[in-house]
Design a protein around this ligand. Sequence first.
Ligand SMILES: [Ca+2]
Ligand SMILES: [Ca+2]
Length: 475
Amino acid sequence: MFKRFILLVLVIAVHLPAYAQDVQTFSIGEISVAYPAGWQAESADDTGIYLGNSDAALTALRNASGDLEEGDIAISIFPAESAPIDTSADAQGMLGEVVELLEITGSIQNYPAGDLDAAWIIATGINIPGGEAVLYVLNFEGLPVLVAVQFGGAFEDVAGEIKPIIGAIQVGVVAPAGLPINQWASGATATTSFGNLTWNPEQATGVPDTTGCGDFGAAWASESRTGKDTLTLTFEQGVIPAQINIHQNYNPGSIIEVELITVSGETIGLPESADPPGNTECPGVFSLNVEGIPEPIDQVVIHLDQTIGGNWNEIDAVELIGTIPADQPFNQWASSADGSSEYGTDAWSFDQATGEPNTAICGDSSSAWAAASSTSKEMLAVGFDQPVIPTQINIHQTYNPGSIIRVELVNTATGDITELPESADPPGNTECPGVFTLDIEDVDIPVDGVIIYFDQSIGGGWNEIDAVELVGTLP
Ligand SMILES: [Ca+2]
Ligand SMILES: [Ca+2]
């Protein structure tokens, strides 16, 4: 189960030294890339990365156009699963499907990338902006990645610049210290809202989901079209802010100020943060670059005066881009799981212990992991994408808590195992449903795995695990 992690560590070790000091990095979800100073990166939709060596290159990506001057390079990087192809195929197979889908021509070849299964093609066709592009499939285990490179002029002239960037694409590291991450708001409140189920503050959370300029229930709107209102967005991860992107889908022009709130609760006003009429198109993104705020923030406050425009200034989504400070606790849910036995291969399987909790009640629920037998000794091993210096583990139990006898921590790169003292959860200690929390103080090596040992003869019933959270600081 841990092969993927070890592979990733090797990939990182192989690729990163290719760069000198003046390099920047950017990550979206599990994908990250390093690129030369002077280039720009931004998140594309909620899953991909746009990279460009000029404003024109980035604009071409945003507009899906091939309008590039000689020397311009535009690179888009997306999970292969965002294309309608079979992502269980090998790299050449996936690229073959892309070629068919786009009805393009060219010769698919293996792309040399160490142990990584990779393929590439110099492709031409009318479905490619500009008529010519280079496409790559990097078949990272678990998350294959599609890369498209557009360029002005001849490929030979830019190939040398592109190659190290392709080599610096990584998967599986959520947020190494110093890498900007993007987040969409996970919660929202407002002084007023137009509805309870539509146009409510919730509609400004998550990825943008309105289509065009107009009055949409999937965006937040205030009660009055001329209201002076405040919309406050919360984000899961506190970050040193670099950019705020406010997606507006109806009557932009009424934002008078944007404030940030630090994780410790201090409010910081952003100078020149008004978005007057004519500044942002409809639909459009009001983008604020933020500099010089030393504290991590996890809330964005948007003040509107809709007497300015005289009509609802609707907000569809708000994105926060920033870096995770080295000492900031980092929360993650298990991304992989294995163990001694599972009750099913889908329902009650190991995988049911990954991701955020999704089992609300105490009971025998197939959205939690259960062992094959109800009275056996068992082991559940969960893995996490980002190694951290651990400070806390939270084990979400949804049936018969009381059988956990021991918990261990793992560094999957080195194989080091740390047993946690007094890590049993005896009957009566955790309610059902309930969270068994282990605070960790003395572990100073990074870990990315947790192993939970059970003796279900203690409780005599399935001790089901819905989710496991690892909290820690970046190494
Ligand atoms: Ca929305
Ligand atoms: Ca679950």
